[in-house]
Design a protein. Structure first.
Length: 152
């Protein structure tokens, strides 16, 4: 039940900040700027004769500009990289996935080397068998002691 409450709270915050607050803030900005800044300025009133024309023009210009800003944020700036680094460091689940990957890649490499050797009908040396046995013990110990929070 406690998990369900926190999950619902997370979904509520996502819905609020991503959709509701975004739409309300955008409409608030457009209404405020039109009725306080544009409506009473004759030169701007000729460009934007009505609120609807202001909305259409602002949307036609604003959407591409904001898409470009989002693209630049994710693809070209160091800001997103820093954000991703912080998320990886702070989230224990991401950290665990990284640690598991670091543990399993050397194992995959050893296994494929030995598989290739065996497929050529070559025998494994005693050293290779011993290395594999040692690695297996390390892996069992790692699996026995691992937790989400543990970062060894």
């Amino acid at each position: 039940m406690r998990r369900l409450i926190f999950r619902a709270w997370f979904y509520f915050r996502q819905g609020w900040s991503t959709y509701f607050a975004f739409i309300v803030a955008a409409l608030n900005t457009m209404v405020t700027t039109y009725y306080l800044a544009i409506k009473d300025v004759p030169s701007l009133k000729t460009i934007f004769p009505s609120f609807m024309s202001y909305l259409v023009i602002l949307t036609a210009i604003g959407v591409p500009v904001l898409v470009a800003a989002g693209y630049l944020h994710y693809k070209k700036s160091q800001a997103f990289k820093a954000e991703a680094d912080i998320n990886m460091e702070a989230n224990p689940h991401f950290r665990r996935m990284l640690l598991n990957t670091e543990m399993f890649f050397p194992m995959y490499m050893r296994l494929t080397e030995m598989l290739l050797k065996l497929s050529k009908t070559e025998k494994l040396t005693e050293q290779e068998i011993e290395d594999l046995s040692t690695f297996q013990k390390e892996l069992k110990e790692y699996m026995k002691n691992r937790t989400i929070k543990e970062s060894k």
